[in-house]
Design a protein around this ligand. Structure first.
Ligand SMILES: Cc1cc2nc3c(=O)[nH]c(=O)nc-3n(C[C@H](O)[C@H](O)[C@H](O)COP(=O)(O)OP(=O)(O)OC[C@H]3O[C@@H](n4cnc5c(N)ncnc54)[C@H](O)[C@@H]3O)c2cc1C
Length: 400
């Protein structure tokens, strides 16, 4: 008799929503979540932009597209049921140069292919009706996009699953995992656990958990820090809601943008700088082992060769407020360095394979006693309940 049927590693939004969906499908499951920190959502989930993504960016048929569209609805339902504040304020994506128009059109078509209703190509004049200070020559209005605080969503999920019997253990860093035909043995710094099934939802450390569970997928998490500025109160009038650039199709990030947050603050960012510490939120943060792990990985060498120019520019922009402001001025020409002050930062877990491919889609691997969420970058917070559904279906099949 096992004390726990399932142990989940990580109390970010993916681990929590997976426990939630497992319990919806089988309320009698005994679940334990092991989290190394002393609170939920301490890393990516608690440091993100707070955007409820519509699904417009993602390749039709991809896991990102499917889970974002389904997850969007499930997230809104959850917020309604639990009275969590959100705002479907819509956003604009704007082309500021002629050469971006083709990519803008492709995005619009992707949105249609993904089933979005009401997205609209807008002219310069229409852009200015929505955002009077924005500089686009052509844009897309996406009415579905919204904002929410994912930390609050995570805290609510945690409260619900704990009421339903889930045990969330803080300060428990998983150091070793052994699986055999009968059970899974998990070692943390302090304790030993056994269970029938383990689910890795470790975000920036999903590669470590994959290694511990003998996943044969060769990938590494490359951490990219995203730094934000925020608009001073005196400049808040410059942005009504969300203003995004046309993303570089070669790069898995959306480019620096303006986001009104649900608490009323408006952020500008994030950039994407290689981080030398996985959970390092300051420019000066450095961890020798983690830095060496990235720098010695063959896949990373190929990424560096391919993106060295972008990489150096991101570092330069991270160090130069003047350069950051220049990027923001592409979207809002009026903005000046006096309008912004330093904001927070987040570190994205971006999986990279041995061939130097930055894995764009969500990646989930599985074997007899393990499911591991290897790559869950944006829009994984929006998609959390759909990802939770997918994982729980896989796990329940295996537990039969
Ligand atoms: C800057 C930034 C902006 C973003 N903006 C958006 C957005 O606007 N909208 C959106 O939908 N998505 C956004 N994302 C993506 C989204 O935040 C993430 O995809 C999502 O939070 C991933 O959740 P997670 O649970 O997988 O990871 P995390 O939230 O990182 O949680 C992983 C947890 O695992 C724990 N853990 C790790 N290793 C161990 C171990 N060995 N033992 C025990 N515990 C362990 C960690 O402490 C952590 O709590 C953004 C991400 C970033 C970084």
């Amino acid at each position: 008799m096992f004390k726990y049927d399932v142990i989940i590693i990580g109390a970010g939004i993916i681990g929590l929503s997976t426990a939630y969906k497992l319990l919806v499908k089988n309320p009698s499951l005994k679940i334990c979540i092991l989290e190394k920190e002393n609170e939920v959502a301490k890393h990516q989930t608690g440091h993100n932009s707070g955007v409820i993504h519509s699904g417009i960016y993602y390749k039709p048929g991809s896991l990102k597209a499917e889970n974002c569209i389904t997850g969007y609805k499930l997230l809104i339902e959850f917020c309604d049921e639990n009275k969590i504040k959100y705002d479907i304020c819509g956003k604009i994506i704007i082309a500021t140069e002629e050469k971006e128009i083709d990519s803008l059109q492709i995005l619009f078509e992707r949105g249609n292919a993904n089933g979005l209703k009401g997205t609209k190509i807008i002219s310069k004049e229409e852009i200015n009706e929505i955002e009077p200070n924005a500089a686009g020559i052509k844009g897309i209005f996406v009415p579905q996009t919204g904002i929410v605080d994912y930390k609050i969503v995570s805290q609510k999920i945690s409260e619900i699953i704990i009421k339903k019997g889930t045990v969330v253990k803080f300060g428990e860093e998983v150091m070793d995992i052994k699986t055999d035909d009968i059970e899974v043995k998990i070692k943390t710094k302090e304790n030993n656990y056994t269970c029938k099934f383990v689910i890795g939802c470790a975000g920036l450390y999903s590669d470590k958990i994959a290694r511990l569970t003998n996943s044969d997928t060769d990938f590494k998490i490359i951490p990219f820090r995203g730094e934000y500025y925020k608009l001073k109160n005196s400049a808040k009038h410059l942005v009504k809601n969300l203003i995004y650039p046309v993303p570089d199709p070669e790069f898995p990030f959306l480019g620096v943008h303006f986001t009104r947050r649900i608490d009323g603050m408006t952020e500008a960012g994030p950039n994407a700088v290689l981080a030398f510490k996985k959970e390092g939120y300051k420019k000066s943060d450095f961890d020798l082992n983690e830095a060496m792990e990235t720098l010695s990985y063959r896949g990373f060498h190929k990424v560096a060769l391919k993106y060295w120019k972008t990489g150096f520019y991101e570092i330069y922009r991270s160090l130069s407020k003047k350069e950051f402001v220049k990027s923001l001025q592409k979207l809002i020409p009026k903005i000046t360095a006096d309008d912004i002050e330093a904001g927070g930062s987040g570190v994205r877990a971006q999986a990279c394979d041995i061939n130097g491919k930055l894995i764009d889609d969500f990646l989930i691997t599985e074997n007899e006693r393990v499911v591991n969420i290897c790559n869950a970058p944006s829009p994984a917070a929006t998609s959390c309940f759909s990802i939770g559904n997918t994982i729980s279906e896989k796990v329940l099949l295996k537990l039969k």
